[in-house]
Write a protein that binds this ligand. Sequence first.
Ligand SMILES: *Cc1c(COP(=O)(O)O)cnc(C)c1O
Length: 227
Amino acid sequence: MTIKERFQQIEEKIQKACERSGRKREDVILLAASKTQPIEKIIQAYQCGIRFFGENRVQEGIEKIEKLKDYPDIHWHLIGGLQTNKVKYAVKYFEMIHSVDRKELVDEIEKRASKVGKIQEGLIEVNFGEESKFGVKEENLKDLFEYILLKQHVKILGLMAIPPYFENPEDVRPYFRRLRLLKENLEKEFKVNLPHLSMGMSHDFEVAIEEGATIVRIGTALFGERK
Ligand SMILES: *Cc1c(COP(=O)(O)O)cnc(C)c1O
């Protein structure tokens, strides 16, 4: 199957999931998780109309961003875990960081963003257990959020998670629901608006949309198996 055919299938599934849950298609961003994918495939995805791309590693991302300078309307997101010593480059190149998960990282983002006069958008990554080594534990989420509220150059727009993998996507639903609830709790407690929930990947994005995802991060279903 071509990327275009895969894209059309995904698009149809996104639309149906939106209809089922009474949501508007334009409220869900299809972000192409392009790690390990060559430039040509990214361009093919762009030609399908995709404008959001997520990279996992800062260095790999920067190389692609540099090569795709002629596509200035691409929104580049960093979706993989971020080491403190890479923050300088992440802030320079990425519009949004999905993996804000500790105070030390927040301090470094604040420092680097203030230096270049940027307000860095980010999501807090929540760790629901074994699956990801990144992310803040649920019990520390509030404390981290409160800490970031005091920073002038870091703007948190919502939450992100990589829930455990289940063969049956229905089994992931409680995790998606939980992430939405955590977001709503923060909104109530701190009287803020958090527009984004980054959740759902190739095998479970339809369930994620039903549970309120605003960004679905899709790799394999769009590009095929990674090499
Ligand atoms: C690779 C990756 C994805 C996409 O995974 P697929 O299962 O290939 O859709 C989404 N989010 C993150 C953080 C990833 O690393």
